[in-house]
Design a protein around this ligand. Structure first.
Ligand SMILES: *Cc1c(COP(=O)(O)O)cnc(C)c1O
Length: 383
């Protein structure tokens, strides 16, 4: 019997009737765009994240692009992020007209290393009357985008004060970390804007694409609301925006799921703890490290493993769902060759991309399935 990496159907089974109810209501009312379902989700989602506003949009990628634009990232501006992440973190910067600049990750949490962020700013940047300027290129540095990878927030106790001191807004890429906590605060509540994805395989997944931006700034919320609908209000357009809305039917599905999300997170944490115990004595693998100040929601359970590629093959043969997130760091992507980075520039990201492997961790896994995963890993190392 195969063990899937993720089985969304199992998650949906107990809420199937309520999801059908959402569909039927949408069909009967013909309310497909915006409307009360979206408003209710935005209110509930902001409350869940501990922010005063939330603005729905069409995807996590759009949430990032809209946030960067709303924060006045102009063509050619630099946005700092880390290279060990899903493509959209940097792709969104380019689509917003900006230029990504990378700083490496911490080897334990895979998240942006705050001391490297600080070093980048101190070595290469200066505060001028145009704002913070990157001295070698003369470009403005207009945002920092920490990624909360695999369900665990980046070190917000360090990153937020650095950015405040320099006067650079923070856009959190919280696409993998809805509900994740750092020092008691929720992902998406620390920066100027928090960006979320409702791609079906995320912890809070729609039945299609969707995204959300959280913020405490009412002006930014207003700008975002305009930008997602062609940049105007009514038929007067002061800016050129997008068509990037969250469908009412998806908002309805997401409201049902948001109500049970914390219990799903509990299941993921339980399964992660099960693996942590089971792999403790295996020298060849290291379990994911959670910082003492964080609570991960384990969008992924990601090990570092010796002979990773052979382990991957072994698990696939045993029909154990597994994947490598991410095999090629963003500074080495062909489309970013123009940034002129080279192999060796971000050694921790490069090492992580060679060593990581993610195992099934969704909350509905049975103990029998967990044991089969553990057994297959132990068998590979002969333990
Ligand atoms: C999923 C994801 C995104 C993009 O979200 P989409 O909804 O697929 O556009 C951005 N950043 C990270 C880190 C992600 O995991």
């Amino acid at each position: 019997m195969p063990v899937p990496l993720l089985d969304i159907h199992r998650q949906h089974e107990p809420i199937m009737e309520r999801l059908r109810g959402v569909f039927e209501k949408a069909l009967e009312t013909s309310g497909f765009i915006k409307g009360p379902e979206l408003q209710a989700l935005e209110t509930e989602f902001a409350e869940y994240c501990g922010t005063s506003h939330a603005v729905g949009c069409a995807s996590g990628t759009d949430a990032l692009i809209l946030s960067l634009m709303a924060l006045d990232v102009k063509p050619g501006d630099i946005v700092i992020t880390s290279p060990f992440t899903f493509f959209a973190s940097a792709g969104s910067i380019v689509r917003a007209g900006g230029v990504p600049a990378f700083v490496d990750i911490l080897p334990d949490t895979f998240n942006m290393d705050p001391s490297l962020l600080e070093a980048f700013l101190e070595r290469h940047c200066a505060v001028t009357d145009r704002g913070v300027v990157h001295k070698p290129s003369g470009s403005r540095v207009s945002a920092v985008m920490p990624v909360h990878l695999f369900g665990q927030p980046a070190d917000m106790d360090a990153i937020i004060p650095i950015c405040r001191e320099w006067g650079i807004p923070v856009v959190e890429d919280a696409c993998q970390s809805v509900g994740g906590e750092w020092s008691g605060g929720k992902a998406g509540s620390f920066g100027a804007a928090g960006c979320f994805s409702f791609f079906p395989s995320k912890n809070l997944g729609a039945l299609g694409d969707g995204g959300m931006v959280t913020t405490d700034d009412p002006d930014l919320a207003r700008k975002l609301t305009r930008l997602r609908e062609h940049g105007g209000s009514g038929y007067v357009h002061e800016t050129v925006g997008f068509n990037s809305r969250l469908d009412a039917i998806q908002a309805g599905f997401l409201r049902v799921k948001l109500g049970v999300l914390d219990s799903w997170h509990e299941g993921r944490r339980r399964n992660a703890a099960y693996y942590d115990d089971a792999f403790r004595d295996l020298e060849e693998v290291s379990a994911p490290v959670t910082d003492g100040r964080s609570r991960s929601v384990y969008n992924q359970y990601t090990l570092r493993a010796g002979n990773r590629d052979e382990l991957l093959e072994h698990l696939r043969k045993k029909e154990i769902g597994c994947a490598v997130y991410y095999p090629l760091p963003l500074h080495l992507q062909p489309c970013f060759a123009f940034l002129e980075y080279a192999r060796g520039d971000f050694p921790e990201s490069e090492k992580a991309s060679e060593e990581v492997i993610s195992l099934p961790v969704f909350g509905e896994l049975t103990t029998d399935e967990l044991d089969r995963v553990v057994e297959a890993v132990r068998e590979f190392y002969g333990g």
